[in-house]
Design a protein around this ligand. Structure first.
Ligand code: ACO
Length: 347
């Protein structure tokens, strides 16, 4: 791990967000049926509901069923988003899937979801940006729609992190869960109150690539018997360092996107942060001086669902009426890489 490196700051050269036009036409989410509570985890590792709740805010998470894959979970969320948007699968031009737990290295999980939902006219690929991937993917698709290359994009954040967790490591296994969220993007329809995506900010810092990731299973550290026995194919994390970087990156990314859009936190109706840890969100809240009510949180029920987290939260906030026509929504994410991003959408 790099020592004494400066904390991540928004790079000067990052492009400014452009104004309007591309909107979220529909959202959807899906959580697997099986609930794993903190009490269930007490039977697997030496932990307690009290420890997990006080350190993370997580009470339970969902675990995919046997035979239920990342693509299945993503397809379920995608169908709901398409239904809400009133767009058929056949009309989708682009599918971008953000995931850190793809069904396989290749083909892309996006192609597998294409097949499951019957979006035969779409171009499909995965985005590898860990928990930041959903906003990265929206930003890619926005420019393709804005430039006239495509009409409708389906963006999906989907994870089956339960398959990548070391279930004997209490430092990590209590944190993660499975699920998916999706959004359909297209040009703002006639009569829609909000102007759509107002601005975006994205950043990365590979100097911190070693603090959170899965070291084994790729070409650098292939799946040999020895590597497998050392559980190098599971999630490894330096918790405290990750915590510190997450707070700094998400705070500065929030400030940056507000500057770019000429807004203040008072203009924002709802803030949807990456759902990793309530203490990370509390620290951001204190630094931004924003009341708790503005933050939407569901991590107590979902755990950290990686690239799906902000996507699921967006859909739940929308369906629960926390986001109304004309509201400005700030989403902010952070993940392995390091990667981070923020986006303001006028609904
Ligand atoms: N149950 C009980 N005790 C535990 C558990 C557990 N599940 N996990 C760790 N402990 C113990 C540790 O062993 C340690 O014991 P010791 O003092 O005897 O060595 C003690 O609790 C304190 O451990 P810390 O690591 O200091 O606990 P901390 O307060 O830092 O909390 C946590 C750990 C929750 C992981 C925190 O560091 C954190 O949230 N980090 C960020 C994690 C995160 O958000 N990751 C993902 C972000 S990016 C993305 O989503 C991909």
């Amino acid at each position: 791990m790099p020592a004494n490196l400066p904390l991540p700051k928004p790079p000067e050269s990052a492009p400014a967000g452009r104004v309007g036009g591309v909107s979220v036409l529909g959202t959807g989410s899906y959580l697997p049926a099986r609930v794993m509570t903190n009490a269930d985890l007490e039977k697997i590792v030496e932990t307690s509901d009290e420890w997990i709740t006080s350190r993370t805010g997580i009470k339970e998470r969902r675990i995919a069923a046997e035979g239920e894959h990342t693509s299945d979970i993503g397809a379920a969320a995608a169908r709901k988003a398409l239904e809400q948007a009133g767009i058929t699968a056949g009309e989708v031009d682009l599918i971008l899937v953000a995931t850190a737990s793809p069904d396989m290295f290749f083909p892309a999980t996006a192609c597998l979801i294409q097949r499951l939902i019957g979006a035969s006219g779409a171009t499909c690929m995965d985005i590898s940006a860990a928990c930041s991937g959903f906003l990265y993917a929206i930003e890619m698709a926005r420019h393709m729609i804005d430039g006239g290359a495509i009409r409708y994009a389906l963006i999906i954040g989907t994870e089956k992190l339960s398959a990548l967790v070391d279930w004997s490591d209490r430092n990590t296994c209590v944190l993660f869960g499975d699920g998916a969220g999706a959004a359909v993007l297209g040009r703002r329809p006639e009569g829609r109150a909000g102007r759509g995506i107002l601005g975006t900010f994205m950043g990365s810092d590979g100097e911190y690539s070693q603090i959170l990731g899965i070291p084994g299973g790729g070409t650098r550290c292939p799946t040999t018997r020895e590597n497998f026995d050392q559980k190098l194919n599971t999630i490894k994390m330096l918790g405290k360092e990750t915590f510190k970087q997450a707070v700094n990156a998400m705070t500065s990314a929030s400030i940056e996107v507000l500057d770019r859009t000429g807004l203040t936190v008072d203009d924002i109706a709802c803030i949807i942060p990456h759902q990793a840890n309530v203490r990370i969100i509390d620290a951001i809240k204190d630094r931004l001086k924003v009341p708790s009510e503005k933050f939407f949180m569901n991590l107590d029920r979902t755990g950290n669902t990686g690239a799906a987290a902000v996507a699921i939260a967006l859909d739940e906030a929308h369906r629960e009426g926390r986001i109304r026509p004309g509201d400005k929504v700030l989403m902010v994410v952070f993940g392995s890489g390091l990667t981070w991003a923020s986006m303001v959408v006028e609904w």
